[in-house]
Structures are given as structure tokens and as C-alpha cells.
Design a protein around this ligand. Structure first.
Ligand code: AMP
Length: 278
């Protein structure tokens, strides 16, 4: 992969890169379509990265279907499908990690303290291997996107990070490989995540500016559903991820909820209509 990537750069062919953990769905495919459009070569990686899973998390059970993924990636116009083995990227004696100081301390980082150093480490390694001109990440994992953007700037990677919007099922559930774990009843409960975000948008459109009031309502909507347990519901600055008490500029509303054993994420931006800006 590294030799190929060097050849592409020498031949002045631009490379777009989409890193994934596989079990591809339409959310991933939207990233592949965006990457396909922006560069000469589309590289897709599939690697379930052990260093971003904490103890007791679902690394061993993470859904995998490499044959189906291969077909989907090929149909989406992928030029190179990179599927390294765990021991190739983390051979015995591996001991170097990339960590970031501030952004990982918020949102998901509070309940998954080692997760983002696993993410920054694998993304840095993949960037050094694939040498992409563009890399596409989903806004579904908003904090990951923010952290990768910051890492790319801080470490001077020659790669432009592109964010892609959340792809949802027709009933509003954000697509995720982990949705496969949900029973039909849990899937019903999971719809409350997007409903809570839609209600927040409605409240803001009607002039509500207090984050606390909006969060309370979201918590009510989600906890009314069986088998839900909230990890966090937060309204924060989209750059720093620091809590925002008042919606006086566009803010991020992000949530993480356990539905049964499955931890789901969703988020949206909240902004007053321009006439209402204070
Ligand atoms: P994953 O395989 O879960 O690590 O995700 C690989 C990439 O796909 C990440 O950049 C995710 O943010 C993105 N992604 C996952 N689900 C969605 C979705 N529903 N809409 C858009 N992008 C997504």
C-alpha cells in the first residue's frame, strides 16, 4: 500500500481515502461516493482497530463481513481496498501512540478514556501508509472528525479532511454497523435519539435559547423508552466541544445512549434563525 501510494503521488494522481471498520452500510457508501468524486484514486481501508476499543467493549464481537464489503466497495468505484491484518499494524513490541490534549476530554472521551488515542494513532498510521490528498470522515462521529482535523493540522499531514453528513434510515435512525445488535424493540427505542434532536431543533426554532431546558426535554424523550440508558446529552461549542449554556451561536447537540448493550451516537447542529441572533 505504501509503495502504491508513493507511486500515485509521483504520478501526480490525487488520492481520496475513506478509513472504515467495515460492515459497510449506506453511511459508509456516501463517504465512498464523496471520495470517488474528489480525486483520481479512491482508497478504502477496512480495519477493526483494537486500540480504540476499551476493556470489555465489543472488539471481538464487532460485526465483520469482508466478502460483502469487498463487493460493495468495488461497486462504489474503489480503486484500492486496503485490509491489513492486526499484526501488520501492531506487531509484537509496538509501543508508539498519538494522543491529543483537549478535544478527547469531552463527550465520548469521558466514558471511553482511551478510545481517541486509539483513533488518532490508527489514523496517523493509515495516513502515513496511504498518503492521501483527501480523507473523508462522517459527521455521525462528530468528535472523531474534530479530533482528526486537529491532529492533521497539528502534525502537518499533507491531507485535507472532508466531513460528510449523517446518513439516516427513512425513520430517522442514524446508520451504524452496531445497529445490527438491536432487537426490533430496541430499534424502536433507538428512534428516540433522533426524535430528541428533532425536538431540540423545534424548541430552538421557537426561540428557546437555554441549553439546560433543551437537554432536560431530550433526556425525558429518551428515558421514556424501554432499555435506554443515557451516557451523555450535551450542547457544546462545535470547535472546542466545551459546554454551551446559551444558544447564541451555532452549537452542536451530541448524545450517546446505551440501548440494551449497544451504545449509539447521534448529533445535530442547533442554530437560531438569522433574525433571532442576539
Ligand atoms: P466506522 O466503520 O464506524 O469506523 O465508520 C467509518 C466512517 O464512516 C467514519 O468516518 C464514520 O463517521 C462514517 N459513518 C458511520 N456511520 C455513518 C452515517 N450514518 N452517516 C455518515 N457517515 C457515517
Amino acid at each position: 500500500m505504501q509503495t502504491l501510494a508513493g507511486d500515485f503521488r509521483r504520478q501526480d494522481r490525487t488520492v481520496a481515502f475513506v478509513p472504515t471498520m467495515g460492515y459497510l452500510h449506506d453511511g459508509h457508501l456516501s463517504l465512498l461516493a464523496a471520495g470517488r468524486q474528489m480525486a483520481d484514486i479512491l482508497v478504502v481501508s477496512i480495519f477493526v482497530n483494537p486500540t480504540q476499543f476499551g476493556p470489555g467493549e465489543d472488539y471481538d464481537n464487532y460485526p465483520r463481513d469482508p466478502e460483502r464489503d469487498r463487493r460493495l466497495a468495488e461497486n462504489a468505484g474503489t480503486d484500492v481496498l486496503f485490509m491489513p491484518e492486526k499484526d501488520q499494524l501492531y506487531p509484537e513490541g509496538y509501543e508508539t501512540y498519538v494522543t491529543q490534549t483537549h478535544l478527547p476530554k469531552h463527550l465520548c472521551g469521558l466514558s471511553r478514556p482511551t478510545h481517541f488515542s486509539g483513533v488518532t494513532t490508527i489514523v496517523a498510521k493509515l495516513f502515513n501508509i496511504v498518503k492521501p490528498h483527501y480523507a473523508v470522515f462522517g459527521e455521525k462521529d462528530y468528535q472523531q472528525l474534530a479530533i482528526v482535523r486537529k491532529m492533521t493540522a497539528d502534525l502537518n499531514f499533507d491531507t485535507r479532511i472532508v466531513g460528510a453528513p449523517i446518513v439516516r434510515e427513512s425513520d430517522g435512525l442514524a446508520l451504524s454497523s452496531r445497529n445490527k445488535y438491536l432487537t426490533p424493540q430496541q430499534r424502536q427505542s433507538a428512534l428516540s435519539l433522533n426524535r430528541a434532536l428533532a425536538e431540540a431543533q423545534r424548541m430552538v426554532a421557537e426561540g428557546e435559547t437555554r441549553a439546560e431546558t433543551i437537554i432536560e426535554k431530550a433526556v425525558q424523550i429518551i428515558t421514556a423508552q424501554p432499555e435506554t440508558e443515557i451516557d451523555y446529552v450535551r450542547i457544546c461549542d462545535p470547535e472546542t466541544l466545551e459546554d454551551a449554556a446559551v444558544i447564541d451561536h451555532p452549537v452542536l447537540m451530541a448524545l450517546a445512549v446505551h440501548v440494551g448493550q449497544t451504545r449509539l451516537l447521534d448529533n445535530t447542529m442547533l442554530a437560531l434563525q438569522s433574525g433571532e441572533q442576539q
